[in-house]
Design a protein around this ligand. Sequence first.
Ligand code: SF4
Length: 157
Amino acid sequence: MYRMRKYSVRNARWLKSVYGVLENVLVRAHPIFRSIGYDKIDKPVLMVEKLTKGFLLDSKSCGQCVVGSTGLSCPMNCPKSLRNGPCGGVRMDGKCEVDATMDCVWVNAWEGNKRLREKEYPIQFVQPPIDNRLHGTSAWLREVRRAAASRDAVVSE
Ligand code: SF4
């Protein structure tokens, strides 16, 4: 929903903090998820993720969520699906060149990033190309596995 997209960007700071708390809880649950099997829980978790992120961010469930780096503006709402934007066609008033009824998602991303007030703007990190094979899988669980693996690597050093 477009209105909620704008709301989330305007409230990027506290929403990202809530997101961080949720991520910590999920990472702590990694041993439980692993014992059940990530494949088995992917669909139910994806359902919750779709409802939450669909409502708040107009997420398209690409499975490789980067909204933490884009000021909570989902890049998959860009008609060109640019993961590193904006394109060269942003209108003077900040609207999208393809769909003039909406703001350019990358203009919103920059606004959301400024609200985070982090030391470095995470939007400055170059994002890898989208992997369409991961569409419709849980980005949350992917992030949990990545975070748990890097935590385990630090512990074993
Ligand atoms: S103007 Fe912005 S949202 Fe529109 S196509 Fe270009 S980068 Fe994407």
